[in-house]
Design a protein around this ligand. Structure first.
Ligand code: TRP
Length: 448
C-alpha cells in the first residue's frame, strides 16, 4: 500500500524542511557523544579526520538518501524498492527503518536523563556540594522507576509532535525549537570563552596532535561518529526527502545539513572543553562527560545553576528534535505500508518503543545483572545498532547508488549543476565511501 504522490504530506517551506532535517541530525550525538569521542581520541587531530569523513563519505551519502526519497515520494522501505525494483533494495530500506526504531528505544532513555537534569537544575534540587556528581548520577540511573518516568515524558512529547503530522507537527516544532537551540548554544559558547583557562581548552580542540593521525582507531571513531551524527543509513533523510516537491534541487540543502550539523558539534565542543580545562578536569572521561564531569563543574562555577539549566535545556531540545525524526521513520512506514491512520501509527509505535526501551533503562539498576554479550542492555543495543546494522545498510546504500544507479539518472536525481561536482560525488559514492565503510565494519568486529 502506498499513498499516491498528490495526497501525500509535504513540507510547507524549504526552510522548514532544512530546519527539520537539521533538527534530526543535531542531537545527543553532537553534544554528549561528540564531546566524549573527541576527548577519548585526543582532540585536534580527531577534528581534522572527522571533517574529512563528513566531506568524503557523509555529504555524498546525505545527497544519495535525500534524492532517493525525493524521487520516490515514498517512505524509506518502499523508496528503495521503487528505485531499485528488487527485494534486496527493499531489504536495505526495511533495515534502515528497523535501525531507527531500535535507536529510538534507548535514545529516549538518555534524553530522559537530560530532562531529569534540566528539571533538577531548574528547580534547584540538584545537590550543590562538590564531589558527589558521580554518586548522584549513578544512584539516579540505577533507580527502578524514576528514569522510566522521565523516559516516558520524552516519549510523550515526541508522540505529540509526530501526531501533528509533517507540516503542523514536525515542521512547526522545529521552526520553534531550532532557533531557541541556536541562541542557547551561542550564549553558552560565549560564556565558556570567558572562563580563565579557555585557551587551553581551545588548544586541545583545535591544535592537531599529529601523532593521533597514526592511530587507526581515531579514523574509525571519526567515521562512526559521522554516521551517527548525520543519521545516515537509518532512513531519516530518505523519509524527510520524500516530503519535498519533485523539482527540488538538493546539493545546497544537503550541504547545509551536513556542515550545519558539523558546525553545531564544534560549537558544543567549544562550550565543553574550555570548561573542562578551566576546572582542572580530564577531557578523556568517556560517556560520563555530560552527566558527571559537567555537573561537577557547574556546581563549582559562579552562576553555574543557570549554566546547568541552559546546558541541559539544550540537550533536551536537541534530543527531542531527533527523537521526533526517529519516530517519524517507522510511523511513515506504518502509515504507507500497513494503511494505518497517522494517529494510530504514532500511538502504536511510540508506545511499543517506550515499552522496549524500559529494559535499556532498568539495565543500569534492578536488571544490571542481566547482560547481553557482556554489556548492559543499553550498551548492547547501541553496539548492535551502531556497529553492526548501520555499517551494513550504509555500505549497501553506497553500493546501490554507486553501482546500480545509472550515472546520468543519479546525477539528474541529485540535481547537480556543476559537472566537476557531480564527478567528485560519483567517485566518492562508487569507491571512497564503500571502501572506508568496509574497513570500519571489519574493524568494529575486530576482523582486521
Ligand atoms: N543524529 C542524531 C544525533 O546526532 C541521532 C540519530 C541517529 C538520529 N540516527 C538517527 C536522529 C536517525 C534521527 C534519525 O543525536
Amino acid at each position: 500500500m502506498t499513498n499516491s504522490a498528490d495526497t501525500r504530506a509535504q513540507w510547507g517551506t524549504q526552510s522548514g524542511f532544512i530546519l527539520a532535517a537539521l533538527g534530526a541530525a543535531i542531537g545527543l550525538g553532537n553534544i554528549w557523544r561528540f564531546s566524549y569521542v573527541v576527548g577519548d581520541n585526543g582532540g585536534g587531530a580527531f577534528l581534522l579526520i572527522y571533517f574529512a569523513a563528513i566531506v568524503l563519505v557523509g555529504l555524498p551519502l546525505v545527497l544519495v538518501e535525500l534524492s532517493i526519497g525525493r524521487m520516490a515520494q515514498r517512505e524509506a522501505a518502499s523508496a528503495f524498492w521503487h528505485i531499485g525494483r528488487s527485494v534486496v533494495w527493499r531489504g536495505v530500506g526495511v533495515l534502515g527503518v528497523l535501525v531507527s526504531f531500535v535507536i529510538l528505544t534507548y535514545y529516549g532513555v538518555i534524553a530522559g536523563w537530560a530532562l531529569k537534569y534540566f528539571v533538577a537544575f531548574s528547580a534547584g534540587f540538584y545537590p550543590l556540594d562538590a564531589g558527589n556528581a558521580s554518586t548522584y548520577f549513578h544512584a539516579f540511573i540505577a533507580a527502578p522507576f524514576e528514569p522510566v518516568l522521565w523516559h516516558g515524558c520524552i516519549m510523550g512529547i515526541t508522540v505529540c509532535i509526530v501526531f501533528g503530522g509533517i507540516k503542523r507537527g514536525i515542521e512547526q516544532a522545529n521552526k520553534i525549537l531550532m532557533p531557541v537551540l541556536a541562541v542557547i548554544v551561542i550564549a553558552l559558547a560565549i560564556h565558556s570563552l570567558t572562563l580563565p583557562d579557555a585557551r587551553r581548552g581551545l588548544g586541545f580542540l583545535f591544535v592537531p596532535n599529529w601523532e593521533a593521525l597514526l592511530q587507526p582507531r581515531v579514523y574509525l571513531a571519526a567515521l562512526g561518529q559521522a554516521f551517527f551524527s548525520l543519521g545516515l543509513a537509518m532512513g531519516v533523510l530518505v523519509t524527510y526527502g520524500s516530503y519535498l516537491p519533485k523539482h527540488h534541487r538538493l546539493p545546497m540543502a544537503g550541504s547545509i545539513i551536513a556542515f550545519g550539523d558539523t558546525l553545531f558539534a564544534i560549537v558544543a565542543a567549544v562550550i565543553i572543553f574550555p570548561a573542562i580545562f578551566s576546572f582542572g578536569m580530564s577531557p578523556a572521561q568517556g560517556p560520563g562527560l555530560a552527566f558527571v564531569t559537567l555537573p561537577e563543574i557547574f556546581i563549582r562555577m559562579t552562576g553555574g545553576q543557570i549554566v546547568g539549566v541552559a546546558f541541559f535545556g539544550l540537550l533536551v531540545l536537541a534530543a527531542i528534535t531527533s527523537s521526533v525524526a526517529l519516530l517519524e521513520i517507522p510511523v511513515a512506514y506504518a502509515i504507507e505500508r500497513w494503511a494505518l491512520a497517522r494517529s494510530r501509527a504514532t500511538l502504536l509505535i511510540g508506545g511499543v518503543a517506550f515499552v522496549l526501551g524500559v529494559p535499556s533503562s532498568l539495565g543500569f539498576g534492578p536488571w544490571s545483572g542481566l547482560t547481553l554479550a557482556g554489556m548492559p542492555i543499553l550498551d548492547a543495543v547501541d553496539f548492535f545498532a551502531s556497529n553492526i546494522l548501520l555499517p551494513v545498510s550504509g555500505l549497501a546504500i553506497a553500493l546501490y547508488a554507486g553501482w546500480h544507479w545509472r550515472e546520468a539518472e543519479a546525477i539528474e536525481a541529485v540535481g547537480f549543476r556543476r559537472r566537476w561536482l557531480a564527478r567528485l560525488w560519483r567517485i566518492s559514492i562508487r569507491y571512497i565511501a564503500p571502501a572506508l565503510i568496509t574497513v570500519i565494519f571489519l574493524r568494529s568486529l575486530s576482523i582486521i
